[in-house]
Design a protein around this ligand. Structure first.
Ligand code: NCD
Length: 303
């Protein structure tokens, strides 16, 4: 039985296969509409979500399966003090695969140790978000036609942004990738992720100026300042509008730049960018359904 806790749990071949299946689903969705008949996906969300939870549910419904679950810890027995391990033990008897989001780093891993069904990490604290990364990889592959030879700007909250951490871990395994890490000093990539970059030998630059390397970027991945991970409201207020991407800031950008954002957006991309063909973030949200369809099939061993 396979779990997906960290994007590195999957080999590059496995990821490339998932992308291939997702592209087939985009072309011929009808061929997949009964692939998971009779199967049940549980979505256990101990932390808020719109896209991740609903795209998982949409994915399972589009495969002919069923879904159950909860969207906040307060509506589950966790609010009575039940442990994650006990919740998972029980829900494993009600479902065939579990997608779980939790504010504590490592919680999905702990869940997977005791689980009788595959566990998918749908985001654990400021740590990892492997299914957003699969979504991001499908997006890059669709929009750029390749997953190698890319200069990727990661901008915003690189400290707490779990999508950034997982995306770096995934992209490191493709050829000729360069990272431009754009953040205020207080929200720089954590030391343990810098070590990952250093030991891989990949080229990277840190800056706090969003325009400095704009003309070099193939991808600009914007992120929200992760309010819920701040200890101090004042720090959040000071940093939340540090970057606001607008058309003016894009004046030196490549014509085929791909602008991504895992969403939700707060202020970090001005709405005037939305109509620019380079704005890929709403398409990205839609790709999330197709890659999760491919993922659910894979986790359930459905061909
Ligand atoms: C991200 C998350 O939850 O980490 N959103 C998502 O899954 N689409 C990013 C965020 O919340 O800022």
């Amino acid at each position: 039985m396979k779990h997906l806790i960290d994007i590195k749990d999957f080999s590059v071949e496995e990821i490339n296969d998932l992308i291939k299946v997702a592209k087939n689903i985009i072309k011929s969705p009808d061929k997949y509409s009964h692939k998971c008949d009779g199967k049940i996906l549980a979505t256990l969300f101990f932390e808020p979500s719109t896209r991740t939870r609903l795209s998982f549910e949409s994915a399972m419904l589009r495969l002919g399966g069923n879904v159950l679950g909860f969207s906040e810890a307060s509506s589950s027995s966790v609010s009575k003090g039940e442990s994650v391990a006990d919740t998972i033990h029980v829900v494993g008897g009600y479902s065939d695969v579990i997608a779980m989001r939790h504010p504590k780093e490592g919680a999905p891993f702990v869940a997977s140790v005791k689980s009788s069904v595959p566990i998918i990490n749908a985001g654990d604290g400021g740590h990892n978000h492997p299914t957003q990364t699969l979504t991001d990889l499908l997006t890059i592959s669709q929009e750029k036609g390749r997953l190698d030879n890319l200069t990727i700007g990661l901008c915003g909250d690189l400290k707490f942004g779990r999508t950034v951490h997982s995306l770096i871990n995934a992209m490191l395994r493709y050829k000729n990738i360069k990272f431009v890490l754009i953040s205020p000093d207080e929200l720089k990539l954590p030391e343990y992720m810098i070590k990952v970059l250093e030991s891989s030998g990949v080229e990277y630059i840190e800056t706090n100026d969003i325009e400095e390397y704009m003309g070099d970027l193939d991808i600009l991945y914007m992120t929200r300042v992760q309010k819920e991970r701040f200890f101090n409201e004042q720090d959040y207020i000071r940093l939340k509008d540090y970057y606001i991407l607008n058309l003016d800031k894009l004046k030196n950008a490549k014509k085929d730049l791909c602008i991504m954002h895992p969403l939700p957006r707060v202020n970090e991309i001005s709405t005037d960018v939305d109509d620019d063909p380079r704005a890929a973030y709403f398409r990205q949200a839609e790709y999330g359904v197709y890659i999760r369809m491919a993922l659910i099939m894979y986790m359930l061993g459905v061909k």
